[in-house]
Design a protein around this ligand. Structure first.
Ligand code: NBP
Length: 502
C-alpha cells in the first residue's frame, strides 16, 4: 500500500487526471475494466514524477492504496458508477475510505449514493471541467461532500487544479508533461455537502451551452448581415478576445474560423461541418431543474432547444423549401454592426450568467447549502470551458454584495447593460426583420425586459385562470396572500360576485 490515490476508468478524462496527479508527485494506482487499457497506459507513461501503478484487479487496486484510501472513479456517468462502487466495496474498501466520483453525475444521484454507501465508504462527488487538456494540465474542480473527506482530498485537488494569476485573474498557461505550472491560485474550492459539487458543475455546463450558442448567433449574424468571410470573422473574434469578452470559447472560435479544411484545401473547415449539434444531457438537466424549481433560466433552456432544432436537419431542409421569410439585406454600417453584435453578445451573456447564478441560489435554498457565489465564479476563471475574464467581475460583484439577488442588479453589470442595450435591441430587431435565427439573443433580452418589469401581463393571465378553473387571484388593493374568486358568468349564474378566501 504505497499509492497516494487511485484512478478507476482510463478513458480520456481518467488517463489525463491520473497523469496530472503523477506530474505533481502523487503515486497513482490505476485500474480499468478492460485491463489492457491500463497496461497500455502505464507502458506509454513509464516515468512520471509520482509514478503510475497498474492494477489488474480491484483487489490489487484497493491493496495498493494508502489509508484512508482515496479512489477516484472516472467512468461513464450513470449505472457504471454504482457498479464500480459496489465492486470496490467487495474488493475491500472500508468505511473510512474515500470514494470520489469525478464524472458528470446527476447531483441527485450523488446525494443518493452518499447515503446509500454511507456504511461502507465515504462517497464524495466532485465536478471537473476542462475537457482533455484541462484534465491533463489543470481543470476546474468542484468538490462536494463530507467536509472531513475534503481535508484529505484538498492537497491533491489544489495541486492538480488549473492556476490563475492572483494579480490579473488570468489562467497561468505553459504546463507541459512532467512540468506543471508553479504557484498561482488553484481553481478549486469546497462547494458544499452532498451533491453541491455536481450541482454547480451541472450549472457550469448549462452556462457553457448558452455561451456557445450566443457565440454561434454572433457568427451567423456576421455572416447573414455583413456577408463576412470566415477569416474576417476570425479577426473580429480575436479582437473581441482582447476586451470584456476575453474567454476560452471566443478564443477557440477565432481559431476554428481561420482553420482550413484538410480535405477541401483552402476552404474554411467550418463550412464542411454538418450543422447538427449533439448533447450529452447536462444542459437538459440544468433546464429541467430550472423548470422544477420555477426559475426563469429561459436563455439556458433556449440553448438546449437550439441544439434540438439543429438536430432536425432533414426536417429543416424540407421546411426550407416551403416556409418563407425575408432575404437578409446586407447592412451598410459595417463597423457599427460589428460593435452592435458584440454588445448584444455581452449583454446576453450577462443575462445567461444571471440565470445560472439565480438557479444556484434556488438550489442552495432547496438543499440548505451555503454556496459562496464569488468563489464559484473565481474557480471558473481557469481550467474550465467557460473560463473568462468576465468571471472576475462576477466575483467582484458577490464580494461587494454577498447577498446579491441577481447579477443584473450589481452596479457594474447594470452599467454594462445600460451601455450595450441600445445595440442589443438593434441587433435583435435587425435579426427579426431579416429572418436571421438568433433565439438566445432574443431570449436573453426578453428575460431582461421581464425581470425589470414592475408590472407584467400576468394579471390578465391570472384572471383567465380564475375564469376557466376558479384558480383564484390576489388583488392589488388587498394584502398579498389573500385570494379571491369571481363568480364568472355562467348559464346558471348570470350575476358577478367577488368572494374572498384569504
Ligand atoms: P467515458 O464517459 O467515455 O467512459 C469510459 C470509461 O468508463 C472507460 O474507462 C470504460 O471502461 C468505463 N466504464 C464503462 Br463505459 N462502463 C463501466 C462499467 N460498468 N464498469 C467499469 N468501467 C466502466 O469516459 P470519459 O469521456 O473519460 O468521461 C469520464 C467521465 O468524465 C464521464 O462522467 C464524463 O461525463 C465526465 N467528463 C468528461 C469530459 C470530457 O471532456 N470527456 C469532461 C468533463 C467530465 P472500458 O475501457 O472497459 O470500456
Amino acid at each position: 500500500s504505497s499509492c497516494d490515490i487511485g484512478m478507476i476508468g482510463l478513458a480520456v478524462m481518467g488517463e489525463n487526471v491520473a497523469l496530472n496527479m503523477a506530474d505533481h508527485g502523487f503515486k497513482v494506482a490505476v485500474y480499468n475494466r478492460t485491463v489492457q487499457v491500463a497496461k497500455d497506459f502505464v507502458a506509454r507513461n513509464p516515468s512520471t514524477p509520482g509514478g503510475l501503478v497498474c492494477c489488474e484487479t480491484l483487489k490489487d487496486f484497493v491493496r495498493a492504496l494508502k489509508k484512508p484510501r482515496k479512489a477516484v472513479i472516472l467512468v461513464k456517468a450513470g449505472p457504471p458508477v454504482d457498479m464500480v462502487v459496489k465492486q470496490l466495496i467487495e474488493a475491500g474498501v472500508e468505511p473510512d475510505d474515500i470514494v470520489v466520483d469525478l464524472g458528470n453525475s446527476l447531483w441527485t444521484d450523488t446525494i443518493r449514493r452518499e447515503q446509500e454507501y454511507a456504511k461502507q465508504c465515504k462517497f464524495f462527488g466532485s465536478g471537473v471541467s476542462g475537457g482533455e487538456v484541462g484534465a491533463r494540465f489543470g481543470p476546474s474542480l468542484m468538490p462536494g461532500g463530507d467536509p472531513a473527506s475534503w481535508q484529505h482530498l484538498e492537497p491533491i485537488w489544489r495541486a492538480i487544479a488549473a492556476k490563475v494569476d492572483p494579480a490579473t485573474g488570468k489562467p497561468i498557461e505553459g504546463a507541459s508533461p512532467g512540468k506543471p505550472v508553479e504557484g498561482g491560485v488553484p481553481c478549486t474550492a469546497y462547494i458544499g455537502p452532498n451533491g453541491a459539487g455536481h450541482y454547480v458543475k451541472m450549472v457550469h455546463n448549462g452556462i457553457e451551452y448558452i455561451d456557445m450558442q450566443l457565440i454561434c448567433e454572433a457568427y451567423t449574424l456576421l455572416d447573414g448581415l455583413l456577408g463576412m468571410s470566415k477569416d474576417e470573422m476570425s479577426r473580429v473574434f480575436s479582437e473581441w478576445n482582447s476586451g470584456d469578452l476575453d474567454s476560452y470559447l471566443i478564443q477557440i472560435t477565432a481559431d476554428i474560423l481561420q482553420q482550413k479544411d484538410p480535405v477541401q484545401k483552402d476552404k474554411p473547415f467550418v463550412d464542411f461541418v454538418l450543422d447538427t449539434a449533439g448533447q450529452k444531457g447536462t444542459g437538459k438537466w440544468t433546464s429541467s431543474n430550472a423548470l422544477d424549481m420555477g426559475i426563469p433560466a429561459n436563455a439556458i433552456a433556449e440553448a438546449v432547444f437550439a441544439r434540438c432544432l439543429s438536430a432536425l436537419k432533414d426536417e429543416r431542409v424540407e421546411a426550407s423549401k416551403h416556409l418563407s421569410g425575408p432575404t437578409p439585406t446586407p447592412v451598410a454600417d459595417r463597423q457599427g454592426t460589428i460593435t452592435a453584435i458584440r454588445d448584444a453578445l455581452y449583454c446576453s451573456k450577462i443575462c445567461a450568467y444571471a440565470q445560472g447564478f439565480q438557479l444556484m441560489a434556488a438550489a442552495q435554498a432547496e438543499y440548505k447549502w451555503t454556496l459562496d457565489f464569488g468563489t464559484i465564479a473565481s474557480i471558473w476563471r481557469g481550467g474550465c470551458i467557460i473560463r473568462a475574464r468576465f468571471l472576475q467581475k462576477i466575483t467582484e460583484a458577490y464580494t461587494r454584495n454577498p447577498g446579491l439577488t441577481n447579477l443584473l442588479l450589481d452596479p457594474y453589470f447594470n452599467d454594462q447593460i445600460k451601455q450595450g442595450q441600445a445595440n442589443w435591441r438593434k441587433v435583435v430587431s435587425i435579426a427579426a426583420q431579416n429572418g436571421v435565427w438568433a433565439p438566445a439573443f432574443m431570449s436573453a433580452l426578453s428575460y431582461y425586459d421581464g425581470y425589470r418589469a414592475a408590472h407584467l401581463p400576468a394579471n390578465l393571465l391570472q384572471a383567465q385562470r380564475d375564469y376557466f378553473g376558479a384558480h383564484t387571484y390576489e388583488r392589488t388593493d388587498q394584502p398579498r396572500g389573500k385570494f379571491f374568486h369571481l363568480d364568472w358568468p355562467h348559464p346558471s349564474r348570470p350575476q358577478l360576485d367577488i368572494k374572498g378566501t384569504g
